[in-house]
Ligand binder design. Sequence first.
Ligand SMILES: [Zn+2]
Length: 169
Amino acid sequence: MPFDDAPVKKSKPVATGKPAAGQCLCGKVCLEIDTPARWAWHDHSAASRRAHGAAYATHVGSWRKRFRITKGKTEITRFEDKATKTARSFCKRCGTPLFYERARSPHMVNIPRALFTGRTGRQPLYHIAIEELQEWAYTGAPLVPLKGFPGVVWQRSKKKKRLDREGMF
Ligand SMILES: [Zn+2]
């Protein structure tokens, strides 16, 4: 079983901080990693975009031996993508992507950064497949409140202001 990890061996001291805990949307599955994570990055590839239903996925990479499912192992199911030799595990109750594994990196487990509420010890400074960044992805442009819609902000278009606003809803 790939997820029944042995605890970190005492003979090989690793500077581990407090574990970072994460969970799926419904809370049936909980997991944790020892911190700091190995690295963190934004994945703009089409596969991750679809699997996450988002513009891109931000992942935290952990050594497998420093990754644990702490609750809900039986709630996890997985999709094996034969073409890319990857396996994506998700909660079978709420659908939250939980972690993904690549055949070429058998010692690593990649977990969506968004599952963790606290710090993971790594900033996502890296990008994979940045050339696939979608033109509709939000990249931090200035936003202003949308008049008449409390809680909605928008990126004001300089050219066709009225058209954009009317076409929004
Ligand atoms: Zn769930």
